[in-house]
Design a protein around this ligand. Structure first.
Ligand code: ZN
Length: 238
């Protein structure tokens, strides 16, 4: 297949459009991937915050329950002490005494536990305040990054739509034979079917062009096929 300069110019225009399309598609893929990673990170951070909140909540609940239990036992202790002062029979007296000792023991141990839990809660709350601030800051950053990516994605999609239209227009300008050649060759050549000669070599595969072909391209200013890769090679198109 031979092509002239006019066809070559049109082919190059199509090629450039397709290269732009490929670039945008690659970028869109990357954006989707980056967005997915950021969403994942966001989810992890949110979960981390939630878990810390849950831990705090559960400790607060435990403290509340224990405090209540201590109060109940204190009331019981008071009652037991009253009863103790009223009983006459020794056996009863002993039983109440045992009961009293048990309650006192519970209250003492629980009060100690309560104190320890309250200290733990205070520390957790302090730590949480600090880490939550950091995590919220990080979340905000991530959300901004996602926003930027969404904006870029929208812009890229609009541009892609324009380029797809442009491609159709450019395809119409090529002869069916050249278009069909281009269609079958572009995947193999990664959309570079027509390349310039670069320092005596094929601009596509880099093979040094044989002398005879070289002088034809230069002197005749014609467009030839690379003997190695099969791409069209041009010297000057103007
Ligand atoms: Zn080549």
């Amino acid at each position: 297949m031979d092509i002239d300069k006019e066809e070559a110019k049109k082919l190059i225009a199509l090629q450039e459009t397709e290269l732009d399309i490929n670039r945008i598609k690659r970028r869109l893929k990357k954006i989707a991937q980056e967005k997915g990673e950021l969403e994942l990170l966001k989810g992890k951070i949110q979960k981390e915050i939630e878990e810390k909140e849950k831990e705090l909540e559960s400790l607060r609940k435990d403290i509340k329950n224990l405090r209540q239990e201590i109060e109940e036992k204190e009331e019981l202790l008071e009652k037991t002490e009253k009863k103790l002062s009223m009983v006459r029979r020794e056996e009863e007296y002993k039983a109440f005494l045992r009961e009293k000792a048990k309650l006192e023991d519970f209250i003492l141990k629980s009060s100690y536990n309560l104190e320890e839990m309250e200290e733990r809660l205070a520390k957790l709350e302090r730590d949480f305040k600090e880490s939550a601030r950091k995590l919220e800051g990080k979340l905000k950053e991530i959300e901004e990054e996602i926003e930027d990516l969404i904006y870029e994605e929208r812009t890229a999609l609009r541009r892609l739509e324009e380029l797809e239209k442009e491609r159709k227009e450019r395809e119409k300008e090529l002869s069916p034979a050249l278009l069909s050649f281009y269609g079958s060759a572009k995947d193999r050549f990664e959309s570079l079917v027509l390349v310039p000669m670069e320092e005596g070599a094929c601009g596509g595969c880099g093979m040094v062009i044989p002398d005879v072909l070289y002088s034809e391209i230069i002197k005749e200013d014609s467009i030839e096929r690379c003997p190695n890769c099969g791409r069209f090679i041009y010297y000057r198109l103007s």
